[in-house]
Design a protein around this ligand. Sequence first.
Ligand code: PGD
Length: 783
Amino acid sequence: MGEFCACALVRGNRRRNNVLRAQAQNAEMIPHSSHWGAFSAERVDGALIVRPHPDDPNPSPLLRNIPASLSHPARIASPVVRRGWLADGPGPDDRRGRDEFVQVSWDEVLDRLAAELRRVYDEHGPRAVYGGSYGWASAGRFHHAQGQLHRFLALAGGYTRSVNTYSGGAAEVLLPHVLGPFDSVTRSVVTWDQLAAHTDTVLAFGGMALKNSTVGAGGVSRHVERDAMRAAKARGTEFVLVGPLRADLSEDVDALWLPIEPGTDTALMLGLAHTLLVDGLHDRAFLHTHTAGWPEFEAYLQDKDAAWASAICGVPAADIRRLARTIARGRTLITVSQSLQRAEHGEQPVWAGLALAAMLGQIGLPGGGFVYGLGSLAHYGRPRNAVPVPTMVRTVNPVRDFIPVARVADMLLHPGEPYEYNGEHRTYPDTKLVYWCGGNPFHHHQDLNRLRRAVARVDTFVVHEPAWTATARHADVVLPATVTLEREDIGAGGTDPLVVAMRRAADPFGEARDDYAIFSGLAARLGFTDGFTEGRTAREWLEHLWLRTQKALAGKGFPAPDFDEFWAAGEWRLPSGPDDGGVLASFRTDPEGRPLHTPSGRIEIGSATIAGFGYDDCPGHPAWLEPTEAPDERHPLRLVANQPATRLHSQLDFGATSAAAKVRGREVVRVHPDDAAARGILDGDVVRLHNDRGACLAAARITDDVRRGVVQLPTGAWYSPLDPDDPTALCVHGNPNVLTRDVGSSRLAQGCTGQLTVVQLSRWEGKVPPVRAHEPPTVRTTA
Ligand code: PGD
């Protein structure tokens, strides 16, 4: 998409768009950024033209979603309060999500909310305020929604926070035990440049789909993954894709596809390890000098031969043996995608992949060994910047309590009850007020009908949102937030060298305010304006945050523009740090054998710490553990609920790229031809996916790019119940999280398990209900 088609981004017909484009040559180019790419924006006759950054070799199609963000009817125009909350006051209420809203003035809503915060702090204390507020929000370092909320709540008295992410919850807890601190052993240890230059075989468990690496938190100026894979292929690299979906590795690399049964990669890894062992292809010296726990794992492997693995994962035993011999030749990189660990026992494929790579003895060599998450996000596989990027100042939260992020519904439903996490026995707090800013739990959480019941239990649910997402619809207090194009900010990510002066391109929609302005208004009412604002306007904060980068540049002898120079230039390129393999390379090659930050200082194939926790769902070495939920007669299909290709999560679901990919207004489910034929389903039919937790509609796309017995429905279509009064309502739009199971990956990490579940599929025979997900709810102007 070098010739990025701006015409797709403006309203009107092609002829008019060409006129607009011609006019745009003279219009002001406004530098800006998003999680899916740096770009410039131009306003022409009220329309917005978005152009990708000229240096981006493979701009993201998600940029086309941006123009709709300015004035789509789904935008929230004014502050509103749920009628029941306004009339009856705070308290548990199952009308959330089906009540009307009443428009109120900013002064009134901030007065009421400040009073409610004061009440909850006084009567229940700060643990009763849940401010985890997970979510990707938008690029921009100052108006970082979650950061603003955390700062505000910390100063208000504190809040229960969340730890880890929905993206990588299982790996984030496991890897520090067995390899080292998460960031230091993931993002930059194996880079795309190394892969292109050194790797002979890439064994990609879960693939490395370009739709995923199109996105990187904070922003990305160059999407390098496609070209790096092409360069590797041209040099002769073999790519092997292990996964149920063919599209999880680019067609460019002509990968060998092993369409595995979802959720069984650990068994395949163990079968490969067994073959290496019996063929004597493992690196005994490396295992002896650089790992801990090998003897227990070796003993465990004895009966995990290729035939055993084949019976579980569906890959023929002969292929497993052949693959083991292939990866034992030349430089091999084993990658494990984030999606694999977003499942029950999600710790195991990460750990088993690491153990398999350790047996090959290449960890720490350029382009070899093991890497978690390469290809899952744009900010992986690149060297770190040599200087820090601007980031918001943190404030200490006086409350130490937290929950693992994906346990939020559990917390709300089970106040005061115990749970286990990472070797600790913990207790859920009794939550009275939930405050969300920059996330969409009614997109991202599992078992949405259960989440509805959970949210009904709190006294007050506050949401800042630019648009009428299902989360906003379930709130009591809805505060309209600006989108990035309506404010100034600095766009930057730790492994992308471009810092972008995100200039403002439009006035706020309706009465929308920046999150910072909303919190400033609340802080004033609660008596800590100075603590929150430190006397700075938003522009003064940007100047303040830039200083850190400016000083670091100067300290290292690089050109160091002051803020005004940076702002006038529109962007600044930071120097990159070395592409040297980081801690894994120094662990391997340092003459002093620099130890890893694990208990043994080595790669822990077996972990005494984890074994000591005594968890049957995460024992002391990688192991195959049967999933609780398996296909059966009632639910014979595995659903893969993965990341969408047409939007970031649920963001801008109404944008052009997202909307264009829907069929009959709803999300597309991919179905194998045999599974479709067995159910009389034709391509384009509306189908119903269902299990005991819920049901949704989607449009069928029949393709042999999915394994037989597997259906794939991406996340992110805004949850849209047919009848909001029905607690198990059908989602007519195609949100798979009405079907997924709300359990933690294990007692170790309690990570999100939304990637896989089991379902039945049938043709929808009735009248097809309309999708109204992007229409605003009823808002009354008087109570
Ligand atoms: P987003 O759609 O990015 O999803 O979950 P997440 O909640 O991050 O939501 C961000 C919200 O922030 C949007 O509604 C957007 O409008 C709002 N927003 C944007 N900018 C601003 C701003 O400046 N201010 C305010 N107040 N709001 C703003 C993503 C999560 O989903 C993730 S990271 C993963 S990896 C998980 N993946 C899966 C999965 O693989 N399978 C299933 N089934 N479920 C998943 N859920 C998880």
